[in-house]
Write a protein that binds this ligand. Structure first.
Ligand code: SF4
Length: 304
């Protein structure tokens, strides 16, 4: 028996395992459809990258770098600075983009979409900078930039007792000392105000931040980069209670690897779901998992 086969059998026999740490994203996934949660986090079927995920990463990375420091030089153009940073990430992600085999015009549309989002963001930032200069709170654009710069760029928050963790995109402290946690959204799904999904996610961030930093944030926000709009939610004890109950509920319901415990939640979203072919009986999830494991093994063997 070849070593590959040996490892292959061992791996194939490896049982599925429940998710060890849940997150706001996986919790929302569970509410969207428990079966989809099962495929993502228990069977761990590999998520096929799509252009929306890649665009989201590039825009997030650009903003993170943008807020590292005010650019050097006499005449600074913040918009151009953001676009220059984006260009480096665009180049960095080209390999992934190519794997999607999009038409050239689709690639151009995706790039333009990212540029539009960043442009909207900078317009809002410049408006805030102008306001600070106008009211005399800042002496220069540079000073205003540092006043508006998030307190932390992306922060990892975790509570071991709740088995829950996540990344908060931005934390700001206002002049009055109020702390706001914000999540950037790059998706085009947008209505007026927040959805239940956003509220759930933000409430969990506020609880995790509260438990880890021992500080209760004042506000949580979702920032729609594409539209230049931000919606806020006040952090209250009942919001934290709601987050705790939600985490505990989902943790309890996801301790099994029995697929039957993760019912299908069929909706109009099914046609966009990557598991559509499995739910409609065209593919078998167990054979997909086996094939993926085998591919991983072949790859790791080649690397040795
Ligand atoms: S196709 Fe529908 S029912 Fe099936 S996993 Fe996706 S969302 Fe759930």
């Amino acid at each position: 028996m070849s070593k590959l086969k040996e490892i292959g059998l061992a791996k194939e026999e490896e049982p599925l395992t429940p998710q060890k740490r849940i997150s706001p994203t996986s919790i929302n996934n569970f509410f969207k459809c428990p079966r989809s949660y099962f495929y993502d986090y228990v069977a761990k079927i590999r998520v096929i990258p799509n252009i929306h995920l890649i665009k989201g990463s590039m825009v997030h990375e650009t903003l993170e770098k943008f807020f590292k420091a005010y650019p050097k030089g006499d005449s600074v153009d913040l918009a151009q600075h953001a676009l220059d940073i984006f260009e480096t990430y665009w180049v960095k992600h080209q390999k992934e983009v190519r794997t999607l085999e999009l038409k050239p015009e689709e690639v151009l549309t995706a790039k333009q979409d990212c540029l539009n989002m960043l442009n909207e963001y900078i317009i809002t930032l410049k408006r805030q900078i102008k306001m600070l200069l106008d009211v005399g709170k800042a002496e220069s654009e540079r000073h205003a930039y540092y006043l508006l710069k998030p307190k932390f760029r992306e922060i990892f928050v975790e509570d071991k007792e709740l088995h829950c963790c996540g990344y908060i995109d931005r934390i700001t402290k206002g002049f009055d000392g109020r702390i706001t946690l914000a999540d950037y959204k790059t998706s085009s799904n947008y209505g007026v105000g927040m959805t239940e999904e956003h509220e759930r996610q933000l409430s969990i961030y506020s609880l995790l931040y509260n438990l880890q930093e021992k500080i209760m944030p004042d506000l949580v926000a979702v920032s729609f980069l594409r539209y230049g709009e931000t919606y806020f939610l006040k952090v209250t004890p009942s919001l934290l209670r709601y987050a705790r109950d939600t985490i505990t509920d989902v943790w309890g319901k996801t301790r099994t690897i029995d697929i039957e415990a993760y019912p299908l939640k069929e909706s109009s979203l099914c046609k966009w779901c990557q598991y559509h072919s499995i739910c409609s009986g065209h593919d078998d999830w167990e054979s997909i998992v086996r094939q993926q494991r085998l591919k991983d093994l072949v790859k790791s063997e080649k690397l040795k």
